[in-house]
Write a protein that binds this ligand. Structure first.
Ligand code: DON
Length: 304
């Protein structure tokens, strides 16, 4: 029997004493307010038992982690037709890169880079009557937590400085792969990225990717085939140009956000979330990645 609590406690102690904690994202001004001395971790196992340590109950901006949630909702609605609009190959580029988009005629490489998530936002706007409200409700339902909400100040802050996302959306629109108005699509996208959650809420939310498409309350949201595909995309593209390194060191599908959160899963076994606001050069949480590597090494649990 592995002592998860002991592993998490040690990881928090080590993270707190680490001198180089990375750099907090500041290109979205609101995110610059985060305290890089915070560190939280939570694990939810396949029996529904939760283990936590550090600042696991403190909420942060989940940013790109939300791309997995919007993808899952769009995939649930459109099924495999979704793949006519967005690819499933890793990009090997930073999350906000534009050059591949130009070369590949406005079809983003995958749904987890910004361009791909913008196309997913467009799909949801076309499919839903009240997109922001219905998306938020979907997230609250899969997490079984009606308190989950957007942080409007982060959404507004990102809108003011989201020049590259405007560039991406306009480029996609010029190729005919954006059906709605650029401002409307980005308003949805900025709100989705502004979702705030704690590590404890993140593991609840992502439990359905561990549990074959069934959420914590055992309601079925996705088929096993759909979960298989989303987990594959997390493994190959969840960390942008660091996806190879994450698979190499951690060995789990996962997703990061520039708010410093990371969520990773081992199908049928557990969901694990870390939060440490300081980022490495690739825009992924520095201490979060280290913590996840330590966890899979010390527990001997990974998909490999
Ligand atoms: O669009 C952006 O730049 C942010 N809303 C999200 C970027 C992000 O989280 C990248 N992940 N590491």
């Amino acid at each position: 029997m592995i002592d998860f609590q002991n592993i998490l406690n040690t990881i928090v102690e080590e993270a707190k004493s680490e001198k180089n904690k990375g750099v907090v994202a500041s290109y979205i001004p609101e995110l610059a307010k985060a305290d890089k001395n915070k560190f939280g971790v939570s694990l939810l196992d396949n029996k529904g038992k939760k283990y936590s340590a550090g600042n696991s109950n403190e909420q942060f901006s989940i940013q790109s982690i939300s791309k997995v949630l919007s993808l899952s909702m769009a995939f649930k609605i459109l099924g495999d037709d979704l793949w006519h609009r967005v690819g499933v190959e890793p990009s090997g580029d930073p999350y906000n890169h534009l050059s591949l988009l130009e070369m590949e005629n406005g079809i983003p490489r995958n749904p987890l880079i910004n361009a791909g998530a913008i196309v997913i936002a467009d799909v949801l706007i076309s499919q839903l009557k009240d997109p922001k409200k219905e998306f938020l409700k979907y997230v609250q339902q899969i997490a079984n937590d009606s308190s989950i909400t957007f942080d409007k100040s982060v959404a507004v802050s990102e809108k003011k400085t989201g020049f590259r996302n405007y560039a991406a959306a306009n480029l996609i629109k010029s190729f005919g792969n954006l059906h709605n108005d650029v401002d409307e699509v980005l308003d949805f996208y900025f709100h989705q990225c502004s979702l705030i959650m704690s590590c404890q809420q993140l593991v609840d939310t992502f439990y359905l990717f561990v549990n074959r498409g069934n959420c914590l309350q055992n309601h079925a949201y996705l088929s096993l085939q759909q979960v298989k595909r989303i987990n594959a995309i997390m493994l190959t593209s969840g960390f942008y140009d660091e996806a190879g390194e994450f698979a190499f060191k951690v060995g789990l599908p996962g997703k990061s956000g520039v708010g410093g959160g990371i969520v990773a899963i081992l199908p049928d076994k557990f969901c694990l979330a870390t939060w440490s606001p300081g980022l490495n050069k690739k825009g992924n949480s520095k201490l979060g990645m280290q913590a996840l590597e330590k966890f899979t090494t010390r527990s001997n649990l990974s998909i490999f």
